[in-house]
Design a protein around this ligand. Structure first.
Ligand SMILES: NC(=O)c1ccc[n+]([C@@H]2O[C@H](COP(=O)([O-])OP(=O)(O)OC[C@H]3O[C@@H](n4cnc5c(N)ncnc54)[C@H](O)[C@@H]3O)[C@@H](O)[C@H]2O)c1
Length: 397
């Protein structure tokens, strides 16, 4: 066992809440500081992590001599500035997806980390989920032949959860393309080996009450001739967890949902009430139970909806338990080992990178390639044409 990595958290919102059970209890991490403009979140952090320091700005967090690495979970239009500030201060960075809002920003983040000799890694992305990596290992072993067609589909109520106004603003990365395709196209890139060639897609704003792109569909081609379809809707009617044995995105069994439940909860709220609901759900909000969540192992793997990979000799269906192999001899479920804590694989990879110097698979260049694919989907929608990609790279098997 190596020593604990001293971690500072930038942005104590929904993403941090999802990470909290792992960050608080992982044996390779020690949470030493945070930064957030919200005083109630800072107060809660000091209470939850005695001896920690709570800063009002990311710059102050990065200057804190106790902090070795920063988990960056601020809204995505801040990612570039915050990651560059962290690198300049010599801090390693684990940045939430999407990596940034433009490819130029992503390039500047990579350059800053390279110049400082610090680690820049993406996480959490569903491309890091255990069953995705398991399927990729099966493919890389040659056992099932090359992947030729990948089908990914996810229908959620994403748009009808309490949202910040910026999350509807396309210029700030709002809408489902950046925030959700950065998961789905990442899964597809991992499974297909990374080297996408082009994207042709269409995004749709189907609901005047949620004025942003709420759904998309895309065809991606790989340099080796393989192809993938990616379909997502956050409009809150059909729920594709029906295809995942009613296990939700975070690996928790859930009751079958009914159409319109999330819409019904939000439809009558005014914008300021919705923002208040969002803050209440967040860290330090009135809706948060006291104390830290327990260190509980996950019941199932995280997932990003239905994924089927048609390979030369078998079809692979990803489930919340592992990988189903459908081949000429029948159906086999290969269970994937669960991490001791949810998203533990991401922490292990980040700690290995910072403490042991092992290169992470989801590094800055990988993150930029996924971002490029997401932005191409938006460009394809706007221009009505296929968009060629230029920043793609191979997955490090
Ligand atoms: N991997 C996942 O499953 C996942 C899930 C949720 C969000 N995310 C990502 O995490 C990021 C944050 O999203 P969120 O849903 O947590 O948003 P959020 O609005 O819930 O939280 C953002 C937090 O950042 C704080 N903040 C805002 N400006 C800041 C600044 N200048 N300095 C420091 N803190 C600042 C806010 O006060 C808030 O506490 C986004 O990029 C999003 O895509 C990832």
């Amino acid at each position: 066992m190596t020593r604990r990595l001293k971690l500072g958290v930038a942005g104590l919102g929904r993403a941090f809440m999802l990470w909290l059970p792992t960050l608080a209890h992982h044996p390779r991490l020690q949470l030493v500081a945070c930064a957030d403009p919200r005083p109630e979140a800072r107060a809660r952090f000091r209470q939850d992590f005695p001896g920690s320091t709570a800063h009002g700005s990311v710059e102050a967090l990065c200057a804190d001599p106790e902090v070795e690495a920063v988990y960056l979970a601020t809204p995505h239009h801040h990612h570039a500035a915050h990651a560059i500030a962290a690198a300049r201060a010599g801090r390693h960075v684990l940045v939430e997806k999407p990596m940034a809002v433009t490819v130029a920003e992503a390039e500047a983040m990579i350059e800053a980390a390279d110049r400082a000799g610090t680690v820049l890694m993406l996480g959490h992305s569903h491309g890091q989920d255990g069953p995705v990596r398991h399927a990729r290992r099966l493919i890389a072993s040659g056992q099932v032949g090359a992947p030729r067609l990948i089908h990914a589909l996810n229908f959620t109520d994403f748009l009808w959860r309490p949202r910040r106004p910026e999350e509807f603003d396309r210029a700030l990365g709002g809408g489902v393309v950046l925030i959700q395709a950065s998961h789905q196209l990442d899964v597809i890139r991992v499974l297909g080996g990374g080297l996408l060639a082009s994207i042709r897609g269409s995004a749709f704003a189907l609901d005047a009450a949620r004025p942003t792109d709420g759904a998309y569909t895309a065809v991606a081609t790989f340099a080796d001739g393989a192809a993938a379809t990616a379909t997502y809707s956050g409009h809150g009617r059909y729920d594709s967890d029906a295809l995942m044995d009613w296990i939700g995105e975070t690996g928790v069994r859930k009751p079958p949902s009914w159409p319109g439940a999330a819409r019904g909860r939000l439809a009558s709220m005014r914008p300021e009430e919705e923002l208040a609901a969002r803050i209440a759900r967040g860290y330090g909000g009135t809706g948060q139970p006291p104390g830290l969540p327990p260190a509980a192992p996950p019941d199932f793997h995280h997932h990003f909806g239905f994924v089927l990979v048609q390979c030369e000799h078998a079809d692979l269906r990803l489930t919340a338990e592992g990988v189903e192999i459908h081949d000429d001899s029948g159906l086999t479920l290969e269970r994937t080992k669960l991490p001791a804590l949810p998203r533990g694989e991401v922490v292990e990879e980040f700690c290995d990178a910072v403490l042991l110097g092992l290169p992470p698979r989801h590094d800055g260049a990988w993150g930029m390639a996924t971002l490029e694919a997401c932005l191409a989907l938006t460009a394809s929608t706007r221009d009505g044409r296929e968009v060629r990609l230029h920043h793609q790279l191979r997955f490090r098997d």
